[in-house]
Design a protein around this ligand. Structure first.
Ligand SMILES: [Zn+2]
Ligand SMILES: [Zn+2]
Length: 220
C-alpha cells in the first residue's frame, strides 16, 4: 500500500510478523521484512505495487527482535539486496536477537550483515532519514525520521494507544519514557509502528502521544 510518493506500507500478516515499510527512491530500502513464513505473501504484495524483489538495494531493521529480522537472510537470497545493520544492532545483537529469542522459546535465526548504516543518517536519494536511537523497548531500537514529510518509522517504541513492552532483556521503562518524550517533540504526520495500525495526521499523532503519556508511561 502506497503511503506517500516514495513510501509503502505492508501490514503484519500474523503472529510473529511485523509491519514492513519500503522506501522507493534512488535506492530501494526495505525496513523490517518480518517473519520468513510470510515472505512469499509479502513479495506478492510488493509486486502489486510494482516493486520487484530485485529492485531492493538495502534490507535493514528498526531493531533485531526476531519478528522484525527473521526474513533478512531469506529476502537477501531472493533479492540480492545487501543487509545493512545499524552499528547499535551489531553491538546488542546477542541480547536483542539471541537472548530475547531464547526467552520467548524461539530459535533465533541469525543473519550476517553486508555492511553498516551510518550512525545518524540514511540517504536514499531524494529522501533523508535521521536515525534516532530510542532505547527502552530494546537497547538497539532505531527510529527512521524524515523531517521534510514528517515520517517516523518507529519500530516497537510507540504503537496506536500503547508502547512496546519493556520486560524483555534490554528493556527499560525509564529509558522508554525518555525516548518517547524526545520523539513527541518531532513534527510527525505519519507515525509508522512495527505492529498494528499506523496513525496519519499531525493532530491524531499528537493525541496518541498525549494518550500514551497519560495512560501508559505513568505505569512503567
Ligand atoms: Zn520488538
Ligand atoms: Zn515487534
Amino acid at each position: 500500500m502506497k503511503l506517500t510518493d516514495n513510501l509503502y506500507f505492508y501490514p503484519e500478516k500474523g503472529i510473529l510478523d511485523c509491519n514492513t515499510y519500503v522506501i522507493k527512491d534512488n535506492l530501494t530500502v526495505i525496513i523490517d521484512p518480518g517473519f520468513t513464513e510470510f515472505l512469499p505473501a509479502l513479495i506478492e504484495d510488493l509486486g502489486k505495487d510494482g516493486i520487484d524483489p530485485e529492485d531492493i538495494d538495502i534490507i535493514t531493521n528498526t531493531h533485531l527482535h526476531l519478528d522484525h529480522c527473521w526474513a533478512n537472510t531469506a529476502l537477501k537470497e531472493t533479492s540480492g539486496a545487501k543487509i545493512l545493520s545499524h552499528p547499535l544492532h551489531q553491538k546488542f545483537y546477542n541480547i536483542t536477537l539471541i537472548e530475547v529469542s531464547k526467552i520467548l522459546g524461539l530459535t533465533a535465526v541469525g543473519f550476517k550483515e553486508d555492511g553498516y548504516l551510518d550512525n545518524n543518517w540514511l540517504n536514499s536519494g531524494d529522501m533523508e532519514f535521521e536515525l534516532i536511537h530510542s532505547p527502552g523497548h530494546s537497547l538497539d531500537s532505531i527510529c527512521f525520521y524524515n523531517k521534510k514529510e514528517g515520517i517516523l518509522i518507529c519500530g516497537d517504541v510507540i504503537f496506536n494507544q500503547n508502547t512496546g513492552r519493556v520486560d524483555l532483556p534490554g528493556g527499560n521503562g525509564e529509558q522508554l519514557k525518555h525516548s518517547i518524550e524526545e520523539l513527541s517533540r518531532l513534527k510527525i504526520e505519519y507515525l509508522l509502528p512495527g505492529h498494528m495500525d499506523i496513525i496519519t495526521g499531525a493532530e491524531k499523532v499528537k493525541r496518541n502521544f498525549e494518550f500514551i503519556k497519560e495512560n501508559i508511561l505513568s505505569w512503567l
